[in-house]
Design a binder for this molecule. Structure first.
Ligand code: 1GP
Length: 241
């Protein structure tokens, strides 16, 4: 038996960095020293072995935990603290749900550090984001359908992470909260459109883990302000005050 992966369990706030986008050393340092719980490396296009190695080794100058979303086996860079294998539950074609993953395991399954590998079930909910276009995701879900996907991931597949992905737009927090209520074991990650401390706090109240991406590249100061907002919200929920 392999132990369940747990590298992500304590994460409340995460910055997601894209190996295909430029970030200078100073900005990267401020992200890594921000107090965030982890840096997640991943992107929907343009991710290569080389740009992943480069970004990982720069993040590795800092102590912050660093994980990778491994969606293309050609980019299987060793040395991360943890690996997520994404599956897009609402993709139109099997390829993005289990097809590519099975192909990858046929080639590299014996090499993966399984104690540090977690399945990551995505619900892609912004029709205009790259992931939705790439996977032709069926994003127009009723709340009942979203809840059904959540239950399917949590209880049938028993995937440890459900990721509600609104990349680029701030999502429907009532829906995020509703889906989270149904989860018995999976951790709910939310990502999409967080640009202010208020949005970060709201997302932290709806989801277990808040992922902040694009704003890092557009407005570093705003991105950094989301860390305390999430931590503060987590403390409020834990009744520390
Ligand atoms: C992207 O969910 C993350 O995969 C974060 O979304 O880039 O919109 O912050 P944003």
């Amino acid at each position: 038996m392999i132990a369940s992966p747990s590298f992500y369990r304590s994460w409340r706030h995460v910055f997601k960095l894209d190996p295909d986008r430029d970030i200078d050393d100073e900005a990267l340092g401020r992200i890594c020293l921000s107090g965030t719980d982890a840096v997640l490396v991943g992107g929907s296009s343009g991710v290569t072995f080389d740009n992943t190695v480069e970004l990982m080794s720069r993040i590795r100058r800092y102590e912050v935990p660093c994980a990778f979303e491994l969606s293309d086996p050609a980019c299987a860079v060793p040395g991360f603290d943890g690996y997520f294998i994404p599956m897009v539950l609402n993709a139109a074609r099997k390829e993005w749900v289990i097809g590519r993953q099975a192909d990858a395991l046929a080639d590299y399954g014996h090499l993966l550090p399984w104690e540090s590998v977690a399945g990551e079930a995505y619900l892609v909910l912004n029709p205009d984001c790259t992931a939705a276009r790439l996977t032709e995701a069926e994003t127009e879900l009723t709340p009942a359908q979203a809840v059904a996907y959540g239950r399917l991931a949590d209880r049938l597949l028993r995937v440890p992470v459900l990721y509600m992905e609104y990349s680029g737009v701030f999502g429907d927090m009532a829906l995020v909260r509703r889906v989270r209520q149904e989860l018995r074991q999976a951790q709910l990650l939310y990502g999409g459109g967080i640009r202010t401390p208020e949005q970060a706090r709201e997302a932290a109240q709806a989801a277990d883990t808040v992922v902040v991406g694009n704003v890092v590249y557009d407005d570093l100061k705003a991105a950094l302000s989301t860390v305390d907002a999430v931590k503060f919200s987590a403390k409020e929920q834990d009744h520390v005050f």
